[in-house]
Design a protein around this ligand. Structure first.
Ligand code: PLP
Length: 636
C-alpha cells in the first residue's frame, strides 16, 4: 500500500484487499465494495477489450453529495445567512452519460451546470431540468453562461428563461454587455447578469495564468465599473446579480484560495454599495485533487480538504459582508476536477517488456580484447567498498569498446560482449546502491539506465493527454498481484510511434520518481503471456475530451458501473472507436479502401503474383480489421 500511496490518493474509494487486488468502494465508507481485478475479468468476458475506461456512477454521486455536505456544514458552522448552489462545469467532462448523471445526482441540491461555449450551452439547455418541474419554493438551479459569447449564444441563453431556466450571463468582455442589453430589450426578458473579475490574487501551477491583468478572461476593475455605469444609465443595474472569478484549476495551496476569496468578497460588497442587485458570488473552479496523496502544496496534491475549502469560502465572505452590513450572497462554485476525477479509472494491459541485457557472457576465446578483459575484471571485483569507482571504470571501458568498434578494431560479437558486461556490472552496482542510505550524484543515472520498459496497450495522447502535455501526475499501479513484491522498476511506453508517448514520471511523496515498481511478467497457458493489468486512477476530468487521435488510436471502450444490493450492474457500455470510425475522421471511406485493395488483388491474380486463396485471405483480413478496436487485442 505504501509503495503506491493508495491510501493517500485513493481513500475512501480505492484500497487493497487480502487477495492483493485493488478494491473499489464506490460509495465510500457507506456501501459495498468490488474487487477491481475480478470486475475487469468479468468485463472482458463480455467482450470488452482493453484499454477500458470504467466509470463508477456511485463515486460521482458521492463526490456531489460530499461537496454539498461540506458547504452545508460550513454554512451551519458559521451561521451563514445565505445558501450554497453549486454548478458542474461541463468542460470538465462533457460526455452525455456523465453530465446526465451529474444532473440526476445533483437534483436534491439544485446543483446546476456551467457552460463555457455554445456547444456546452446546447448540452446544458437540454440536460438541466427547467424550473417548471422544479420545487419553486426555493431558489432556482443555475445555468452559468461563461466563455466568449456571440449574439446567438446570448439570445439562446436569454430565451431559455422562457422555458424556466435561470441563465446567468457572465460578462467576460465589454462587447457582450451591449449585445445582452439590446437583446433583452427586443425580447423583453430581464437578464440576470454577472461579471467575471480578473483578480490580482494569483493562482499557481499549470493553470495559474487564469488570473492577473494579463489573464485571457474577465474584466479589470475599471472595466467592471464601466459595466456598472452602462447598466445604470440603461436603468438596468438591478440585472447585475453575480460576481464570478476563476483563478485556475488544481489550486494546491489553501492560502491562494483565501487570498482570492478575500479580494472577491471586497469587490462584491463594493458592487452592492454601488447599487447593483448582487445575489451570487461564484468562486469558480480550482478545488484540487490529491493525485499523489501527499496532502501538501506540491502541484499534484493540495494542502487542504474539501471541508477546509468550504469553511474558508463561507468564513471569508461572511466576514466581509458582516463588516460592511451587506446581505450574504448565495455561494456558487464551479468545481469540476473535484467532482469528476475519482469516478474514472483506466485499465490497460502490458503487452511485453524490454530490459537491459543482463546475462553474463561466457569466455569464448583465450585471446579476448583487453577492453573486454578489463570489463570482466571490473565485474569480478565490485564490492560495497569500491562500487563507485567500479561504476566509473565500467562506463569508461564501455565507451572505449564503442570507440574501438567505430574504428574497426572490435567485431560486432565483441561489442555485444562488452555491452553485456557493462550491463551486468551496472546491475551488480545497483544492488549495492539500493542498500545505501546515500548515493552520490554521479550514480544518479544508474537507476534510470537500468529501468525496464513496459509496453502498455494504450495511447497517452488519447487517454492521459495532460501527462504528455503538462507532465501531470496520475496514480498508476497494478490492480492485482499486490501480495507479491514488485521487483522490477519500469517506465511505460505506449502504442504510438512517438517518443513522447511514454510515462516516465510517477507519483512519490511530494516528489516525482523516474520509474514505477512493477512485477515481472509471467507466462500464461500455451506460451502466451499472463495478463498484467495496470490501473491509471483519477482520470475522470479533462482527459477524455482533450485526448487526440495520434497514430489513429481512437476512443477507448467505456463502461458505467453501478452498485446494487447484489453486487454491481453494468449500466451502459459505450464502445470505443473501430478502425473504420477513426478512418472516417480522416476522410477515408472504408468501402472505397476495400474496393481499391480488391482491385489490386485481382491485378496480382492476373499477373500470378498471388494465389486465389491468399487473395481471399488478405481481403477478409482487411475487411475484418476495419471493424476492430484500434488497440491491440492482448499480449503476444
Ligand atoms: N470554471 C471555469 C471558468 C473554468 O475555466 C474551469 C476550468 O479551468 C472550471 C470552472 C473548473 O475548474 P476545476 O476543474 O479546477 O474545478
Amino acid at each position: 500500500e505504501a509503495l503506491y500511496r493508495i491510501q493517500g490518493w485513493g481513500d475512501p474509494y480505492f484500497s487493497i484487499n487480502a487477495a492483493g487486488h485493488v478494491l473499489v468502494s464506490p460509495q465510500g465508507e457507506r456501501g459495498g465494495s468490488l474487487d477491481l481485478y475480478e470486475l475487469v475479468q468479468e468485463l472482458r468476458q463480455r467482450n470488452l477489450n482493453l484499454p477500458l475506461l470504467i466509470r463508477f456512477s456511485d463515486i460521482l454521486a458521492d463526490r456531489i453529495e460530499r461537496l454539498n455536505a461540506c458547504f452545508a456544514r460550513a454554512i451551519a458552522r458559521y451561521n451563514y445567512p445565505g445558501e450554497y448552489r453549486g454548478v458542474y462545469p461541463v468542460k470538465c467532462n462533457q460526455h452525455r452519460h456523465l453530465v446526465e448523471s451529474v444532473v440526476k445526482f445533483g437534483k436534491p441540491y439544485q446543483f446546476g451546470l456551467e457552460a463555457g461555449s455554445k456547444p456546452e450551452l446546447m448540452i446544458a439547455l437540454a440536460t438541466l431540468e427547467p424550473a417548471l418541474h422544479q420545487n419553486l419554493t426555493s431558489k432556482a438551479t443555475l445555468l452559468i453562461c461563461n466563455g466568449y459569447k456571440d449574439r446567438d449564444y446570448i439570445e439562446t441563453a436569454l430565451l431559455s428563461t422562457r422555458l424556466g431556466h435561470t441563465p446567468v450571463i457572465v460578462i467576460e468582455q465589454l462587447s457582450e454587455l451591449a449585445i445582452a442589453l439590446e437583446l433583452s430589450q427586443t425580447l423583453d426578458i430581464a437578464p440576470i447578469l454577472g461579471v467575471r473579475a480578473k483578480l490580482s490574487a494569483k493562482g499557481a501551477g499549470h493553470w495559474g495564468e487564469s488570473t492577473g491583468d494579463r489573464a485571457k478572461f474577465g474584466l479589470t476593475i475599471p472595466e467592471i465599473l464601466q459595466v456598472v455605469t452602462q447598466l445604470k444609465s440603461a436603468g438596468m443595474l438591478d440585472c447585475l446579480q453575480l460576481l464570478h472569478f476563476h483563478i485556475g484549476s488544481q489550486i494546491a495551496s489553501i492560502s491562494t484560495i483565501k487570498d482570492a476569496i478575500r479580494e472577491a468578497s471586497q469587490i462584491y460588497v463594493e458592487l452592492v454599495k454601488l447599487g447593483a442587485n448582487m445575489q451570487y458570488l461564484d468562486v469558480g473552479g480550482g478545488l484540487a485533487v490529491d493525485y499523489d496523496g501527499s496532502k501538501t502544496n506540491f502541484y499534484a496534491s493540495k494542502n487542504y480538504n474539501m471541508q477546509n475549502y468550504a469553511n474558508d469560502i463561507v468564513a471569508e465572505v461572511q466576514e466581509a459582508c458582516e463588516e460592511r452590513q451587506v446581505a450574504a450572497p448565495t455561494l456558487v462554485s464551479e468545481s469540476g476536477r473535484a467532482i469528476a476525477s475519482h469516478q474514472g479509472v483506466l485499465i490497460f494491459d502490458i503487452l511485453g517488456a524490454s530490459y537491459p541485457a543482463l546475462q553474463y557472457p561466457e569466455i569464448t576465446s583465450s585471446k579476448e580484447n583487453l577492453v573486454i578483459r578489463n570489463l570482466r575484471d571490473t565485474y569480478a571485483t565490485i564490492t560495497p567498498e569500491n562500487y563507485q569507482e567500479a561504476y566509473h571504470d565500467a562506463v569508461q571501458f564501455k565507451e572505449e569498446a564503442i570507440s574501438l568498434f567505430n574504428f574497426g578494431y572490435l567485431s560486432l560479437q565483441e561489442r555485444a560482449i562488452a555491452e553485456q558486461l557493462y550491463w551486468v556490472c551496472c546491475e551488480k552496482i545497483l544492488h549495492i546502491t539500493r542498500q545505501q542510505d546515500y548515493v552520490s550524484d554521479d550514480l544518479a543515472d544508474l537507476e534510470k539506465n537500468m529501468t525496464a520498459i513496459y509496453y502498455a496497450n494504450l495511447s497517452i495522447f488519447q487517454s492521459a493527454p495532460d501527462a504528455w502535455a503538462l507532465d501531470q501526475l496520475f496514480p498508476i499501479m497494478p490492480i492485482h498481484r499486490l501480495t507479491e513484491e514488485p521487483t522490477e522498476r519500469a517506465i511505460l511506453a505506449d502504442l504510438t510511434c512517438d517518443s513522447d508517448g511514454k510515462i516516465n514520471k510517477f507519483i512519490d511523496l511530494r516528489d516525482i520518481k523516474d520509474s514505477l515498481e512493477l512485477h515481472p511478467l509471467q507466462l500464461g497457458p500455451h506460451h502466451t503471456r499472463a495478463p498484467y493489468y495496470l490501473g491509471m486512477f483519477l482520470v475522470g476530468a479533462y482527459q477524455e475530451i482533450m485526448g487526440n487521435l495520434h497514430n489513429l488510436f481512437g476512443d477507448t471502450n467505456v463502461v458505467h458501473i453501478k452498485m446494487t444490493p447484489q453486487g454491481y450492474q453494468v449500466e451502459s457500455i459505450v464502445k470505443g472507436d473501430t478502425i473504420s470510425e477513426v478512418l472516417h475522421y480522416t476522410q477515408y471511406k472504408p468501402d472505397d479502401l476495400i474496393e481499391t485493395v480488391r482491385r489490386r488483388t485481382e491485378q496480382a491474380l492476373q499477373e500470378q503474383r498471388i494465389t486465389l486463396e491468399e487473395a481471399q485471405r488478405l481481403l477478409s483480413n482487411y475487411e475484418q480489421t476495419l471493424t476492430h478496436y484500434t488497440y491491440l487485442s492482448g499480449a503476444c
